[in-house]
Design a protein around this ligand. Sequence first.
Ligand code: 26Q
Length: 820
Amino acid sequence: PEVTHLPNLPNDVEGLRQSIRDAVVRVVGEDPRQATERDWMEALAFAIRERMVERRLLTRRQFADEDVKRVYYLSMEYLIGRMLEANLRNMGILEPARQAMADLGVNLDTILDLEDDAALGNGGLGRLAACILESLATQGYPGYGYGIRYEFGMFRQEFEPYHQVEHPDNWLRYGNPWEFPRSDRKYPIHFYGHVVEHHHPRGETRYTWENGEEVLAMAYDYPTAGYGRRNVNNLRLWAAKATRDFDLRYFNEGDYIRAVADKAESETISMVLYPNDATAIGKELRLKQEYFFVSASLQDILDRHLALGYNLDALPDKVAIQLNDTHPAIAVAELMRLLVDCHELSWDRAWDLARRTFAYTNHTLMPEALETWPVELMERVLPRHMGIIYQINHDFLEQVRHRYPGDNDRLARLSIIDEQNGRRVRMAHLAVVGSHRVNGVAALHTQLLQETLFEDFYNLWPERFVNVTNGVTPRLWMIQANPALTELLGQRIGNDWQYDLDRLRALEPYAHDADLQKAFLDVKRANKVRLANLVRERTGVELNPDVMFDVQIKRIHEYKRQLLKLLHVVDLYRRIRAGEDVAPRVVLFGGKAAPGYARAKGIIQVINEVADIVNHDPAVGDRLKCVFFPNYEVSSASIIIPAADVSEQISTAGFEASGTGNMKLALNGALTIGTLDGANIEIRDAVGEESIFIFGMTADEVVEHRRNGPNPEAILAQQPNLAAAVEMIESGFFTCDDPGTHGDLGRYLRHEDPFFVIADYAAYTEACERADTLYADRTAWAEAAILNVARMGYFSIDRTVRDYANQIWDIIPEPVAPSR
Ligand code: 26Q
């Protein structure tokens, strides 16, 4: 009993204070008399982490005792943000820790601000993964994340002075108190080499993969605490370590320097996150990253399954594996390799187990974002997997032939191998064939998947396709980001909504209560002051908190149409200069462009140039301000979102799979100006027409419009305001030193306009004016915004996770009992 005893650390102020003071000495190695703020931050983090690991072990024991089924979430990205405040809150020790730190003479808020974001993701997909892990723990589900411990996360964005420059994100430079390195959890990962066939008389042929290179994947564990529960789950991130082979090599080859360089080279696999979010890249290193973390994760999952005493035949009963987009789709082939080559199962048995274990989430319809790998590259890097994929495809196409005899076109469309474009492996096809469920992330997106990208698969296996609309965690996106609104909600309707967001509906009857409206507007104004302070600090621009804050924060992409908002800004600016009376607004953009995406970078540059002119024009004053918030990340999102009056969700209909920023903003009381795209449609259904400004072409109309041969020039000829805005940009008005810089942008809008900015412009400005009119009526606005908040409960990530648990994973919550 002595040996299996777990410590039971105290969570009161006194106990915490002692742990923190001890940690300064024992862990940080500093004299408390001389400790810096960063030393105290580290000490606090260590005091929390020892409490987290304790609950993590309790959770793990209970899961083992109860023989639970587990879900493993495989994702190349986790956009976590800062961990200190979230861990304190979810562990239920935020307030005692604040007091303990105060007793030690340290202000907690100052400390919280020192932490770097963990930005191991690009945007929506990575942030969704982080929200899902937090919700799994909060609801007590046995759910684990697997990913890559990138040394460098999403780049830091600076403007010099208008265009984006990328700086490396060295987030681990001070060490990381949240991770537990597991030097005992290492798995070998192979690349290159060749496959040897072993023919057995009267038996299946066996294969061995020989003479490749090997690198080790080493585990780093990040405990993930649930809110209001004792459950603590685990996120396991893999880092590449060279094997001993590299040490031996220089003895053999005698080239010491070269051998050490090779060793370092092999560890580059986990060095950096690819900062692309909407275009697949055919880089060998990316393929190696994908296989590296997939192979390590699957080896680990099978090890645990067997160590718990389960049979491989029980895999789908005890394990569900979710593929976050196709980035980990090579898992389908890797599990087959492990089961067939390493555990010697028959092909058919292995295939049945794999299919019942995997499920796949699609996050995009855009052709340029779909991953396909040249057969020749896959053959060279992962020769055994290429063979397995051929076998899977052969069996699959056999089935299709049987179902649709003679239909060779259909065969070519369905095949995992694309034979048209120089032979490529279609990872989405591999994922669909290898999964028992495929889901889209919003109702429209799932419908479009069934009608377009996966039409043939849907006809073949309609039961495989389900929708799971995205959600966001209210712990981060309301409780942490918006303490003032959280407090107000608590006073009015209690705190049940924190665990069951549908309970926000209790606010509805008070939407026209004058006291609540006033309190709500006061909260919003205070949040706007908080943002204005941050904007002044970061950009020097002064914002008036009594003006509408109109916010577009998301990755920069043509389809998200930041240019549509910018044209409106330029239009307003011209009209103000012409003496017209326009409703005042602050327009705030935030977001990063992929470093190789020239058009997106051009959009950032022109926004910054316009902002510079507008903000310094004395004729404009407070009637118009335009800010590009630099280095938009999770921690700045939590300041910007609570301060927004208006949320811009203006993608070309049919292109945004779901959006999740739309949900965060609406939950915080911003009213949406949006197209009928992604989850905007479901948001409209939930909040009602009076709390949202819908405009523009529908997805069907976009298709129709494209078929009719769009003619932006003809539209421009009809709309003098829009034409004037385009002319102002292309004439070089905003680029004083180098007129003509934006001639290219002008040509692009006039002759290409691939995402129909011009075609939707009139409808867009009309929607903005509807928003202006409502905003001018403070009572009416407050009522609409309160109703908006009250009706957003459906978009809780807890509902999303329950949908996955019930429709896909077949797992049940396993809350850890509060007393042991
Ligand atoms: C692929 C291959 C090579 C390199 C990079 C990539 C890559 C990486 C990230 C491709 C795409 C992504 C990210 C996609 C993404 O964030 N999609 C968003 O997912 C959200 C969550 O479901 C949705 O709300 C958004 O609508 C969708 O754009």
